[in-house]
Design a protein around this ligand. Structure first.
Ligand SMILES: Cc1cc2nc3c(=O)[nH]c(=O)nc-3n(C[C@H](O)[C@H](O)[C@H](O)COP(=O)(O)OP(=O)(O)OC[C@H]3O[C@@H](n4cnc5c(N)ncnc54)[C@H](O)[C@@H]3O)c2cc1C
Length: 393
């Protein structure tokens, strides 16, 4: 790896990143390019643990820009999923409302509208392969931290501990680092997703597989929707979304580990929908309910001298296709603030980063909240608006 000049504020300092998701690994790569000592402490027991959660699309002015800055565009181009960005919108009967597969011409790299999709596991591997050996300390779930002089001591569930001068929490929406920065808690958006995984969709739900065309599909009916995407390993992920009361997952009486119980619920809730969607539910043996939470848009805390947050740990929002992209932009911004020589000390650099991060998150968070209800519980008007918006894109 070719190293650039040693970062000013972090010269002779050690950085601990907690969490090896897209935000944490991107940050580690960017810091190492500047010659900074960094470790990533990750809860997963090893690199081989399969990363869950379908595919993500990277955007021109965020995720792709950071991938390029990290020197990883060639690796990305070798691993993305051509064609998976194509999109279909159908109604509850499976009638086509919008079909990008039928459109002429495909956007490509360099086009601001091109949003290539990549399997989460492939993205993780690209970032991992770019790090110096031993950067990621696996099987290290942070359980507590303590300030020791000007540094932090981190304790992990495997009984080990580590010390670092600067801690960056990239440990997602249930962050263990966040309480050391702020006590602001997440709120419920009103929408819940039931996520399902199908290993061999070609065999297990062939009609749905054909409808998907190895791209993104959204089916919208009054008050509920289904989104489906291919996975990089040939599997399929779907999200059945609707508005449910807070704590519905625990109060519904459904045992989400029992796929027959979940299927029975979905069969009755999606009554009147095309059999193709019911066959999708039937093919699924692994469901995960996900209430969609978010951190308040007006959240504010005074910057701490040597600890900060990036990605979902900082600004969880309902999914809107921006989460991974934003986590990568946070990584870029915090790395720049700490190393570009503009700030006199680390606290000033962290304060500047957090201002940029919050300004961005408030805009994206509002868009995500505004759109989640239309997505999870569409009306005729919201479907028409989506057709216009996506049809124009
Ligand atoms: C259903 C759904 C669909 C989504 N679809 C998209 C999409 O299409 N596009 C998109 O851009 N975004 C999408 N998102 C949002 C996206 O997943 C997140 O915004 C993004 O993953 C955040 O990245 P991160 O690095 O901040 O955190 P995460 O990806 O959550 O990574 C956190 C990492 O920290 C580790 N960790 C957690 N706790 C600890 C601990 N105590 N100690 C050590 N390690 C720990 C975890 O194992 C994980 O590796 C979706 C979200 C959901 C729920």
């Amino acid at each position: 790896m070719e190293l650039l000049q040693t970062g000013h504020l972090l010269r002779n300092k050690s950085v601990a990143i907690v969490g090896g998701g897209p935000g944490g690994l991107t940050l580690a790569r960017l810091l190492q390019l500047k010659g900074i000592q960094v470790k990533v402490y990750e809860r997963d027991v090893s690199k081989e643990v399969r990363v869950q959660g379908a595919i993500v699309d990277l955007h021109f002015d965020s995720g792709l820009r950071v991938i390029a800055a990290a020197g990883l565009m060639d690796a990305f181009k070798a691993s993305y999923m051509p064609g998976a960005d194509k999109f279909r919108l159908v109604d509850k009967d499976g009638n086509m409302l919008l079909d990008e597969h039928a459109k002429e011409g495909n956007p490509d790299f360099g086009d601001p509208h091109f949003r290539p999709e990549i399997d989460r596991g492939a993205l993780r591997n690209i970032l991992l392969d770019a790090l110096m050996p031993g950067t990621v300390v696996w099987n290290s779930q942070l359980t507590a931290m303590e300030q020791v002089g000007d540094a932090w001591q981190l304790s992990f569930n495997n009984g080990t501990a580590a010390v670092a001068d600067v801690v960056i929490g990239a440990d997602g929406y249930r962050s263990k680092v966040r309480p050391y920065v702020t006590n602001i808690k997440a709120l419920y958006s009103g929408a819940t997703i039931i996520q399902g995984e199908i290993e061999e969709p070609e065999k297990e739900c062939p009609e749905m597989y054909t409808l998907l065309q190895q791209g993104n599909l959204i089916a919208m009916g009054a008050g509920k929707s289904i989104a489906a995407q291919p996975r990089g390993d040939g599997g399929l992920t779907f999200y059945a979304s609707s508005l449910y009361p807070e704590n519905w997952v625990s109060t519904s009486g459904i045992d989400f580990n029992n796929s027959e119980e979940v299927y029975a619920w979905l069969e009755s809730y999606y009554q009147g929908w095309s059999p193709v969607f019911l066959s999708l539910f039937k093919a699924c043996t692994r469901f995960v309910p996900r209430p969609l939470n978010y951190f308040p848009l007006d959240q504010y805390w005074n910057a701490q001298p040597n600890i900060t947050l990036i990605g979902d740990a900082a600004h969880l929002m309902p999914p809107s296709g921006e989460g991974v992209n934003t986590a990568m932009l946070d990584a870029w911004d915090v790395c720049e603030c700490l190393t570009d020589g503009k700030y006199t000390d680390i606290p000033a650099a962290i304060a500047a980063y957090e201002q940029q991060m919050r300004a961005r998150a408030v805009v994206l968070g509002k868009e995500a909240l505004d759109s989640i209800k239309d997505f999870a519980a569409p009306s005729e008007e919201s479907v028409q608006a989506m057709i216009q918006q996506l049809g124009a894109g």
